[in-house]
Design a protein around this ligand. Structure first.
Ligand SMILES: *Cc1c(COP(=O)(O)O)cnc(C)c1O
Length: 380
């Protein structure tokens, strides 16, 4: 029998041969959108800290104060002794911000989906997911034991077809989608989906990980999201009716069996939500994204995320390396994170990007693109 390490070495080599091996690179966040990597400083177009709140003085001060006052860790799960007083303050702020009756904070966005979806549907139920739904929604769907079907991206007609053909065979039905798609930056037709869900007696769950703080989304039965992106902190949440939240707090396994978030993290999230309510930094991030799409001749950005789809993985990796040489970090995204032959550069825009940096990165990108031959696609 080969040893574990031998088997894993083979797997790693196979991934490397397919250009699918991922490696972590040490990266240090600096002022604004600057990061430090390998002794060099870069302007990053890769982070999800869209509003620059992770380093905002009020957010950092709130976290530092909570750290001193309450210590580093929560010490237990929320149902034991970890349900720190700051939790209810954050949940009230989130419910108000999202305009819902109540909210439940989870350890992360991943854990929010992993806990919520299996708490709501099971063996005799149906989940209809947009094809491009985030990995954690699909993992949660698998964990739930419900039957999972996927509809073509943002394709209402396909979703309706699946409902018409299958809804009657199942007890409950949950439709899941993202508000802003993480790798494409486009938005779901939420109002139409909500009406469709109602028509077929289904529930709608939306993942607002990349929407919160940037663009407002139409209401859904279950509004999930993260505090780790625009809020600049860490943690996940679900907003909805008081009954939904009461139920999740007693039934979502990722809440029950995992330690509560550190008080400093909760304090940072509270401060961040307050700033998001007072200042419209999201508008600035969106404006920067639109400045870029305008300069590039791409369709108008619908969010802070803009993909430049170049198809081949190798081309995406090369373009990213060229930009890096010139001082800009832009993440190359490849299969299996995105569908085959849709490798891309994923640009994310922050409220803190300067116009001149956007102009410069566009210039370099245009030059690199014209040096390589195949045509450029915006969107899939
Ligand atoms: C990032 C992300 C998550 C996970 O949130 P974390 O707080 O990072 O665990 C979930 N859904 C989508 C669409 C995301 O982009």
């Amino acid at each position: 029998m080969p040893a574990l390490d031998d088997i894993l070495q083979q797997k790693l080599q196979l991934l490397a041969a397919k250009q699918q091996r991922r490696e972590m690179v040490e990266t240090e966040a600096r002022e604004g959108v600057r990061v430090r990597r390998g002794g060099k400083e870069f302007i990053s177009f890769s982070g999800n800290d869209y509003l620059g709140l992770s380093r905002h003085p009020e957010v950092v001060a709130a976290a530092a104060e909570a750290l001193k006052k309450y210590g580093a860790g929560a010490g237990a799960s929320r149902l034991v002794t970890g349900n720190h007083p700051l939790y209810s303050e954050l949940e009230a702020a989130l419910a108000q911000y999202k305009n819902t009756e109540a909210a439940c904070v989870f350890g992360s966005g991943y854990l929010a989906n992993l806990g919520t979806i299996p708490a709501l549907v099971g063996k005799n139920d149906l989940i209809l997911a947009d094809r491009l739904s985030h990995a954690c929604m699909l993992d949660a769907a698998k964990l739930s034991d419900a039957t999972l079907m996927r509809f073509a991206h943002n394709n209402i007609e396909h979703c309706r077809m699946l409902l018409e053909a299958n809804r009657h065979e199942f007890q409950h039905c949950l439709i899941i989608t993202e508000t802003v798609f993480s790798m494409d930056g486009d938005r779901a037709p939420l109002k139409v989906l909500a009406a469709l869900a109602k028509e077929f007696n289904a529930w709608l769950l939306t993942d607002d990980a990349h929407g919160i703080g940037i663009v407002k989304s139409a209401p859904a039965d279950i509004e999930m999201g993260t505090l780790s992106k625009a809020a600049g902190s860490y943690g996940g949440y679900v907003c909805g009716s008081k009954t939904l939240i009461d139920y999740l707090k007693t039934a979502a396994r990722s809440v029950i069996y995992s330690t509560a978030l550190p008080p400093a993290t909760i304090a940072a999230s509270i401060a961040a939500i307050k700033i998001m309510q007072q200042e419209n930094l999201g508008e600035k991030a969106l404006e920067n994204a639109r400045y870029f799409t305008n300069l590039m001749g791409l369709g108008k950005a619908e969010s802070a995320i803009v993909p430049v789809i170049v198809n081949e993985t190798e081309r995406a990796l090369k373009l990213s390396a060229t930009l890096e040489e010139k001082g800009f970090l832009v993440a190359p995204i490849r299969p299996p994170t995105v569908p085959e032959n849709t490798a891309r550069l994923r640009f994310t825009f922050s409220a803190l990007h300067a116009k001149k940096d956007i102009e410069r990165v566009t210039e370099i990108l245009k030059e690199a693109l014209s040096a390589s031959s195949s045509p450029l696609h915006a969107g899939i």
